[in-house]
Design a protein around this ligand. Structure first.
Ligand code: GLU
Length: 452
């Protein structure tokens, strides 16, 4: 059997860590098993789906490095296929046209609720009688009583009572396929062997299983992943921007770090917490170690992975994605190399490097330090110590610092903060020795003089 997995987003919002996790698990599973990965756009809900969301989802997936072998297949382009499949079920007596008006269905629902029953269609049109000409009928799937059971790869044995949902609509009065029907026709046609998706689809599974049987298709295996919660412990939502991939990308997170955080939302590699390369993730991934409880998207953990990922990326590659304007490419790459281990994000990396390239703005905290009398003494001592020096290596730096210490009588924070504040405009950033070596004596002296 060739494994075929799919990611089937509805383009009604942006990709976030929760649905990226679904995409990633399916992708890893397909890649691990040398199978195929299908991208399907579930855009039958014309009122809520947009092309812009579709393009954004595709861009986010590509950016994350998740490629697909088949697709994108758009459900909106396949409405005729679903209608045809539904007609076949009608011909075989497995589905029927229903002419009940909205008003009647409302009334029925009210009565059932009043009797304490779960609302469901009562099967009035099962007899096959046609209704009023002005009504556009829907097509309902005939659900016979009974139990529907399956083994979910996450939750184990599951059992549902068909009686609880009744005959459901597979083609609406507007001729558009219902969600469950379109999914099943597509899964069957695409030969999907494993459906890995959010827990919120668990209740759709018994309906879908009946449909698979009706159209004579093999059942896929199902794995329903517990939802991903945000820092506020509420499920991540498409319409909330929190933890959207776009936002994380803008904030300077690298794909590998995001994938490493995301893959641990409900699955844990044997290797523990260390940052894994994509190939290592593929090698390790399995469906056996999926967790049954909801997981929380932890931004601090992501920052940790990102620091590791930034540190592990070559200065050349980082320079390529940083978008910093600098005429001296060699200098820029050196600065990136020097700063990459101290930054958690690309944004942080940029912030650390910019003061080396352009005259820095002085932060409020740095300005406060520079106002102190001891700072003036340190800067004056530094100017004197640097006299005649341009290139500075580690030994040279130590000699200069010793000289400043001696002349100014300052030590520790009172010695280093004024220098850092004057040179970078900030009280944090990369090590001072690196700043000295990159800026060199002449430029350092110029900057110190300006801050006196
Ligand atoms: N389109 C559905 C969603 O975005 C996914 C359906 C499925 O995976 O079966 O939630």
């Amino acid at each position: 059997m060739t494994v075929r997995a799919r990611f089937a987003p509805s383009p009604t919002g942006r990709l976030h860590a929760g649905n990226l996790r679904t995409a990633l698990f399916n992708w890893l599973f397909a890649r691990k098993n040398s199978g195929k990965f299908v991208l399907r756009i579930e855009d039958t809900d014309a009122a809520r789906s947009t092309k812009a969301f579709e393009q954004a989802i595709i861009a986010d997936l590509k950016w994350a490095g998740l490629d697909w072998d088949i697709g994108p297949i758009r459900q909106s382009e396949r409405l005729g296929v679903y209608r045809e499949a539904a007609e076949k079920l009608v011909e075989r007596g497995l589905a029927y046209r229903c002419w009940c008006s909205k008003e009647r269905l409302e009334e029925l629902k009210k009565e059932q609720l009043a009797k304490g029953m779960a609302p469901r269609y009562d099967g009035r049109c099962r007899s096959g009688k046609t209704g009023a000409a002005e009504i556009q009928p829907v097509i309902r799937f005939l659900v016979l009583d009974g139990k529907i059971s399956f083994t979910d790869l996450v939750h184990g044995e599951m059992s549902f009572d068909a009686n609880s949902f009744g005959d459901f609509i597979i083609i609406g009065s507007d001729g558009v396929a219902g969600y469950n029907f379109a999914v099943v026709v597509d899964d069957a046609e695409e030969g999907i062997t494993h459906v890995i998706r959010g827990d919120d689809h668990l209740s759709n599974t018994p309906r879908q299983m009946l449909l698979f049987n009706a159209i004579g298709a093999a059942l896929p295996r199902f794995a329903h992943l517990p939802l991903v919660l945000g820092g506020d412990k509420a499920p991540l939502g498409k319409r909330k921007t929190w933890a959207s991939i776009e936002e994380l990308r803008r904030d300077g997170f690298l794909p590998l770090a995001i994938l490493n955080s995301t893959v641990r939302l409900g699955w844990s590699p044997k290797g523990g917490d260390k940052l894994l390369e994509l190939l290592e993730l593929i090698e390790e991934f399995d469906l056996e170690r999926l967790s049954k409880s909801p997981s929380v998207f932890d931004i601090q953990r992501l920052r940790g992975y990102n620091k590791e990922a930034v540190g592990g990326t070559s200065a050349h590659a980082l320079t390529g994605i940083l978008d910093i304007k600098c005429t001296d490419a060699v200098f820029l790459e050196k600065a990136v190399e020097a700063a990459k281990h101290c930054a958690h994000t690309l944004t942080g990396l940029k912030t650390a490097i910019l003061p080396l390239i352009t005259e820095p703005e002085i932060s409020i905290e740095a300005a406060a330090v520079l106002k102190e009398p001891y700072s003036k003494a340190v800067l004056k001592a530094a100017i004197a110590a640097l006299s005649g020096t341009d290139a500075i290596d580690e030994a040279g730096y130590k000699t200069i610092i010793e000289a400043i210490k001696k002349t100014s009588g300052e030590n520790g924070k009172r010695l280093f903060s004024p220098l850092r504040a004057a040179l970078t405009g900030s009280l944090e950033g990369m090590e001072l020795v690196k700043i000295f070596s990159l800026l060199r004596g002449k430029k350092i002296t110029e900057r110190l003089k300006r801050r006196l």
